[in-house]
Design a protein around this ligand. Structure first.
Ligand SMILES: NC(=O)c1ccc[n+]([C@@H]2O[C@H](COP(=O)([O-])OP(=O)(O)OC[C@H]3O[C@@H](n4cnc5c(N)ncnc54)[C@H](O)[C@@H]3O)[C@@H](O)[C@H]2O)c1
Length: 351
């Protein structure tokens, strides 16, 4: 098995994907600056394998570094060559993801997201690393007239965060079109990743106040936050609250593994792929299922809609099924159970 670089490896989706990749036997260079995570997560990743009597430490090389620093990323590729273990593929998770913050501070988002990707892709071209799986987002579809979106839907991001993701897809497309040393590219457009690894050892552990609904719910459940704000109860949906396509983070992680292996087997590919379940769940349904599955109370309040929000967004995931035989295995009940299990075992996160 060959070597992979995982950027943003200490983050929520990166750490769960590391578990999948290590489980499959890949050797990983895990890069993170810890701007929104903690290096303590790696001990937990190692523990998941130790509990099964497997020692994966020699397969996990941990590097603290920032992709905004061009030299840092160049050195990683250079050293891998010197060690005669070149990096065969990259999973690029590193980036910032708070939509509201991106509106307040767009330059920060272009720097953390776009410049980081630019430095990474430049280093990949320089050191002839050809496979990249990029964490894009359903956010790039913006305000669509349809509620179920396939990959051909119009790209129309409505905030700086979405703009950086769409711009990175364009950059990757331009580099892909070069005549020589083409990159193999997969832009994975995630819908709403939630849940946690079933061990309760790793899960979503954002620094500060969470931006997404699910870590807010889990933190309300352990009384770290006193209530959940629900933005609007007058949407044109079955119960008036917004409908989203929630996907278990381990299904998402498995999608990455399948995508990478597809890229490595099939040369010269540029793929845009939705990763969602194709099932919509309203905010009220999510809250009620979470309460029932975990037998906890989730106090909530209805507040005004947020500008730029939409009523419903669901993935058409037929391409993922067809192309990489990816079928999500975990349902919304599993997501609520596993997410709470992580939070109750780690009420303060990893500290
Ligand atoms: N979680 C979601 O709802 C969601 C949805 C769609 C897309 N995404 C994208 O998926 C990726 C991973 O998301 P996540 O939920 O795991 O977020 P996360 O914040 O938990 O993980 C991102 C990681 O990247 C690191 N990082 C950020 N900038 C860096 C830099 N310049 N150099 C090195 N490390 C850096 C952070 O410290 C963090 O560990 C992100 O790119 C995000 O935009 C997430």
């Amino acid at each position: 098995m060959f070597r992979l670089l995982v950027t943003g490896a200490a983050g929520f989706i990166g750490s769960h994907t590391c578990v999948c990749l290590l489980g499959r036997g890949y050797e990983i260079i895990a890069l993170d600056s810890y701007v929104n995570s903690s290096a303590r997560i790696y001990k937990r990743v190692i523990e998941i394998f130790e509990r099964k009597g497997i020692n994966i430490q020699s397969k996990l090389k941990i590097i603290k570094g920032d992709l905004r620093d061009k030299e840092c990323i160049q050195n990683i590729f250079k050293n891998a060559l010197l060690e005669k273990k070149p990096i065969k593929g990259v999973m690029h998770f590193a980036g910032l993801k708070a939509v509201g913050e991106s509106v307040e501070n767009p330059l920060k988002y272009w720097e953390y997201n776009w410049l980081s990707a630019f430095n990474l892709i430049s280093a990949m071209v320089e050191f002839e690393c050809r496979n990249i799986v990029f964490s894009s987002s359903a956010t790039i579809y913006g305000l669509s007239k349809k509620s179920t979106l396939d990959e051909k839907s119009v790209i129309n991001p409505i905030n700086p965060y979405g703009n950086t993701k769409a711009a990175i897809e364009i950059l990757l497309s331009d580099v892909f079109k070069r005549k020589e040393n083409k990159l193999n590219v997969a832009n994975l457009r995630y819908f709403n990743p939630i849940g946690a690894h079933s061990s309760g050892l790793i899960g979503e552990d954002p620094k500060g106040i969470p931006n997404n609904i699910f870590p807010i719910i889990t933190q309300v459940a352990v009384k770290k936050i006193d209530h959940l704000n629900i933005y609007g109860n007058d949407w044109p949906t079955k119960d008036g609250t917004g409908i989203r396509d929630y996907i278990h983070v381990m299904d998402l992680a498995e999608g990455h593994l399948k995508m990478l292996e597809f890229l490595i087997k099939n040369d010269s590919k540029f793929i845009n792929l939705n990763l969602g379940t194709g099932i919509g769940t309203s905010v009220m349904e999510l809250v009620e299922i979470f309460k029932t599955v975990n037998d906890v109370n989730i106090p909530y309040r209805f507040v005004d809609r947020r500008p730029g929000d939409i009523d419903e967004i669901i993935a058409d995931n037929s391409l993922a099924k067809e192309l990489i035989n990816w079928i999500p295995k975990r349902n919304i009940y599993d997501m609520c159970r596993d997410g709470y299990n992580w939070q109750i075992n780690n009420p303060g996160g990893l500290g």
